[in-house]
Design a protein around this ligand. Structure first.
Ligand SMILES: [Zn+2]
Length: 282
């Protein structure tokens, strides 16, 4: 009996460690590609151009309203200085296209029941507090996605017509915000398979994977990136070629601290999105 209990405990410990690993490695993302998003994707007309062409400059600043849900001890858990630092860090990632974000208001929400956010109470929260034509960023202590999994962050892709981003307070200082901003502005994971599996030689890069031909085919990097941000996997694509993904891409499931940039085509997709699907943002 004891042995059975011990084995059971070890399985539980293994499973919890594994899920913690995925959480920290991948940033625990809860953003999904919906059926509507797949339809919207058909209308995206993004011209990739060539890598030597200069990247367009947006020269725009978008407004973010930050909502901090207080916990059951009535504490925000995130300071105004930490919020400003996170936005400054975000601006650094978008500097290549001269896009920046500024905080309009930081609003504390006293109802601690929203501090554990899930599909059950999300609609109630956003209907009470969100402001139109701005990016509404919600910070909570725990965040659960549609499948009931604890995640660092999630948002809605442009087809949903929703201007909300949700981030767990514990993940706010990392790259989760920039990753979610990527989804918010129409980027898929570099290992996305909804549109098909991208081949290493990228012959199908415009129709499969993340639909960006300047990002490498990616098998999913959770647990496959070392402390030096080097990919350690030995995985092959369906043609038998070894993957050579880039752990620094913001839309990968690499380690949080390794993710540091967007590709040229990812920027072009986001610019297109702001000019076509998110025109209302101020
Ligand atoms: Zn994601």
């Amino acid at each position: 009996m004891n042995r059975i209990y011990l084995s059971f405990s070890l399985i539980i410990i293994f499973l919890s460690n594994n899920s913690l690993d995925v959480h920290s490695q991948s940033g625990g993302c809860g953003t999904i590609v919906s059926a509507q998003q797949k339809t919207l994707e058909l209308t995206n007309l993004i011209t990739e151009g060539t890598a030597t062409q200069s990247i367009p400059q947006l020269n725009r600043t978008l407004t973010i309203n930050v909502y901090v849900v207080k916990n059951d001890k009535s504490l925000p858990g995130v300071s105004a200085t930490e919020i400003q630092s996170a936005i400054t860090k975000l601006n650094g990632f978008f500097q290549p296209v001269s896009l920046s974000f500024k905080i309009c208001n930081i609003i504390n929400i006293d109802n601690y029941q929203f501090d554990n956010l899930s599909a059950i109470n999300e609609a109630d929260l956003v209907s009470q507090f969100s402001e139109k034509n701005t990016i509404n960023l919600y910070l909570t202590t725990t965040l659960t996605d549609n499948s009931g999994i604890d995640v660092c962050g999630y948002t809605y892709m442009p087809s949903a017509g929703k201007n909300y981003i949700f981030i767990e307070k514990g993940c706010f200082a990392g790259t989760t915000l920039a990753h979610q901003m990527g989804h918010f502005l129409n980027l898929y994971h570099t290992n996305e398979t909804t549109f098909g599996n991208e081949l290493v030689i990228r012959s199908n890069c415009s129709t499969a994977g993340d639909k960006c031909c300047d990002t490498e085919a990616d098998p999913g990097l959770a647990g496959l990136v070392d402390n030096l941000c080097v990919y350690t996997g030995k995985l092959k694509d369906t043609s038998g070629n070894f993957f050579q993904p880039k752990p620094k891409n913001m839309m990968s499931f690499s380690s949080d601290e390794c993710r540091c940039d967007f590709s040229r085509t990812q920027f072009l997709r986001m610019i297109y999105t702001l000019q076509n699907h998110k025109k209302e943002l101020r």
